[in-house]
Ligand binder design. Structure first.
Ligand code: NDP
Length: 291
């Protein structure tokens, strides 16, 4: 197998290890991103994809506990929720989201954090100049990414979050979860279908696509894209392809719009900082994943 492109990893007796636990993990951009970060920041670390079948997740977490040179771990689909009861503590972010994407070893304990939501907010501000405080937002989807985005928006002071999902029961479950944890934010639900219109959300200023629609060429429109007013900021969590049909339509209608690459980079940068205690080389991480 040819060696991957990018900075060379030099492993010695002092190298500290970080892992990505997921199933599958072969598609992930995170190993390249963190390899570049270690090289740019001069951290003696290695980041390894670890394909863990669901039945073996408890054993994998025990394996992390046994590793005295553990730097940390990321957790991805399908383990973000299943890992919660296997850890010792949760940060308030992970608690609010109900899922973990980052594990931090701290004084012999494993702490579960979630940097997806904060990564999303950082990208929203950096790439779209959008500060969501006081706004009304529509979050399309009710899966794992929607939980992180909606909780981050609610905790940041968004006035109203409308969860719009194809399966109504999933939207209602997410709304109930958020209402219990973020009492200052008004949470509502709507059903997503191809003729749904942005105007169904009064005073909408932000629309976030967290569904997987747009990943594959030929995916049908998620809703009536011609209903997007120009003043709505549009964020799509998908980053490959770089421009989804939703983003293309949003830009055509005059909306500010960005894909999910910034969120990917910032959630990784926040995890890197938790593990190493040094500022993340954000530009090197961004360059490694292609922007
Ligand atoms: P989940 O499987 O947990 O959720 C998928 C969501 O997509 C559900 O709400 C599902 O609706 C909806 N959906 C799927 N197909 C359709 C369809 N044909 N029509 C309407 N809705 C549909 O996935 P995740 O939440 O983990 O990830 C979602 C997306 O976010 C992925 O594309 C992923 O790559 C991206 N992502 C990006 C990140 C980044 O850093 N940029 C981070 C995390 C995720 P239903 O409930 O009805 O099935």
């Amino acid at each position: 197998m040819p060696a991957p492109d990018g900075p060379r990893v030099s492993i010695d007796g002092h190298t500290r290890l970080a892992f990505l636990l997921g199933y599958p993990v072969s598609h992930s951009a995170s190993p390249a991103m963190h390899r570049a970060a270690f090289a740019a920041a001069g951290v003696n670390g290695a980041y390894l994809p670890w394909a863990v079948a669901p039945a073996h997740l408890p054993a994998a977490v025990e394996g992390l506990r046994s590793m005295e040179n553990l730097l940390g771990a990321n957790v991805t689909v399908p383990h973000k929720e299943a890992v919660v009861p296997l850890l010792d503590d949760l940060t308030p972010e992970a608690e609010a989201i109900g899922a973990v994407n980052t594990v931090i070893p701290r004084s012999g304990r494993l702490v579960g954090d979630n940097t997806d939501g904060a990564g999303f907010l950082a990208a929203l501000q950096e790439e779209l100049g959008c500060r969501p405080e006081g706004l009304t937002a529509a979050v399309l989807g009710a899966g794992g990414a929607a939980r992180a985005v909606a909780a981050a928006l609610a905790r940041r002071g968004v006035r109203r979050v409308v969860v719009v999902n194809r399966t109504a029961s999933r939207a209602e479950a997410l709304a109930a979860h958020l209402t219990a944890r973020c009492p200052g934010c008004d949470i509502a639900v709507q059903t997503l279908h191809s003729s749904w219109q942005a105007s169904q959300v009064p005073e909408i200023r932000l629309l976030v696509n967290t569904t997987s629609v747009g990943l594959h060429p030929g995916d049908p429109p998620l809703f009536d894209y011609d209903s997007l007013p120009a003043e709505v900021v549009v964020a799509d969590l998908i980053y490959r392809p770089a421009e989804t049909p939703l983003l293309r339509a949003a830009r055509r209608r005059g909306c500010r719009a960005a894909n999910g690459l910034g969120m990917l980079v910032h959630q990784g940068a926040l995890a890197f900082e938790c593990w190493t205690g040094v500022p993340a080389p954000v530009q090197a991480m961004r360059d490694a994943v292609g922007s």
